[in-house]
Design a protein around this ligand. Structure first.
Ligand SMILES: [Mg+2]
Length: 375
């Protein structure tokens, strides 16, 4: 029995306003972010949602994801058994190279439907929860550092202990002054991480990293460009602070190379890089074997994409370094969900099922986002 089939595919290219500018080195974001929302309807009437949240300097474009689904993947989805998730994902990989964000959206929407039909959460479908809450990291990336410090004064007492500082965008001396300011005010009560977003060149990077090493960050993320794995390996060998690979680690093949060269001590797992929840679990199987913990990274996902990421982390033991799923509560002025996935005491609370455990409606999408295209 192959069960219900995919009967209807609806797509939205949306633009959401954001509350604060984000200075990230490789690409800066101000004003709005664009995403693609996907709604699948199965022949039994159940509806599932997924999200493609590309970032043009990192993985691709929202317009590209929209076209990939609308033109190339839609014909392959219609009439297919919604329960045969992995078979369909393999077919999509054969039919279309890349476009990982589009494929994540489809897999997420299928799992949302399968979960709803079975009365199980997506985390249940991925093996069941190993954690009910996930420590939340907030990124210190406002061009106005004083504004971020004010945010920390508000957030720390309410339980948010993890902060990732986007370094390498401003001059090194300013980075040092900011790290000093954070450690002086908050001491060891905060778990500090640094993310260079590939900003440094291998030449001279060691001295800069030794300077920041003394602030005892939990990790230094992607100090140099993605292909400079030998330099990454030299930092991992020389510094006390673990090195985390983000742009260097999109998929299993990247991770195999990182393990071979000992180029990182940990990895950032992002659904939009991996191309799916099962693929992300496959990456973590390699990471577990190599002894590298995972961190739940993001691009600019909203509530649907982050709900998928939350279920993934809930069901994947090795992603133990927390997540940066702060967009819906802190950056987006509105989310497309009827109700946000709750944050409590500095943690993201894993939604109870079934499916993604969220509610999305035409009304909540139209009320909270600007729709640029709809098919
Ligand atoms: Mg990063």
């Amino acid at each position: 029995m192959s069960g219900p089939t995919i009967d209807r595919v609806r797509l939205f290219l949306i633009e959401s306003p954001i509350k604060m500018a984000r200075l990230q080195g490789v690409g800066n974001v101000k004003g709005t972010v664009k995403r693609v929302l996907l709604e699948l309807t199965a022949s039994d009437g159940l509806v599932g949602w997924g999200e493609a949240a590309p970032w043009e300097v990192f993985t691709g474009t929202a317009e590209g994801a929209f076209a990939a689904i609308d033109v190339y993947l839609r014909p392959l989805l219609l009439g297919k058994p919604v329960r045969r998730v992995r078979a369909l994902m393999a077919e999509l990989d054969r039919a279309l190279v890349g476009h990982m964000e589009a494929k994540v959206a489809i897999e997420t929407a299928m799992l949302d439907i399968v979960g709803k039909a079975a009365g199980l959460s997506v985390a249940d479908l991925l093996g069941g929860r190993v954690r009910d809450t996930i420590p939340l990291s907030f990124s210190i990336a406002d061009p106005d550092f004083a504004a971020d410090l004010d945010r920390m004064r508000q957030m720390v007492p309410s339980g948010n202990r993890i902060y990732k500082v986007k370094t390498g965008v401003k001059p090194h001396k300013e980075d040092l002054a900011h790290l000093e300011a954070i450690r002086t005010e908050f001491g060891d009560t905060v778990d500090l991480r640094l993310d260079y977003n590939q900003a440094l060149q291998p030449f001279g990077a060691m001295r800069i990293l030794r300077d920041v090493d003394r602030f005892a960050p939990t990790f230094i993320e992607q100090p140099v460009p993605r292909n400079n794995l030998d330099a990454m390996a030299s930092f991992a060998a020389a510094l006390d602070t673990p090195i985390l690979a983000d742009e260097s680690c999109f998929d299993s093949r990247d991770l195999m190379e990182i393990v071979r060269l000992q180029a990182a001590d940990a990895i950032s797992v992002k659904l939009m890089k991996a191309g799916g929840l099962f693929k992300a679990q496959g990456i973590m199987a390699i990471a577990d074997t190599a002894g590298l913990p995972g961190y739940g990274g993001t691009l600019w996902e909203g509530g649907i994409g982050l709900a998928a990421g939350t279920h993934l982390i809930a069901a994947t033991p090795g992603i133990s370094l927390g997540c940066e799923f702060y967009m819906p509560h802190w950056v987006l002025t509105e989310d497309v969900l009827e109700e946000k996935v709750p944050n409590r005491d500095g943690h993201v609370v894993v939604p109870d099922g079934p499916g993604l455990g969220i509610k999305v409606s035409d009304h909540s999408v139209r009320a909270n986002a600007r729709i640029l295209a709809e098919r």
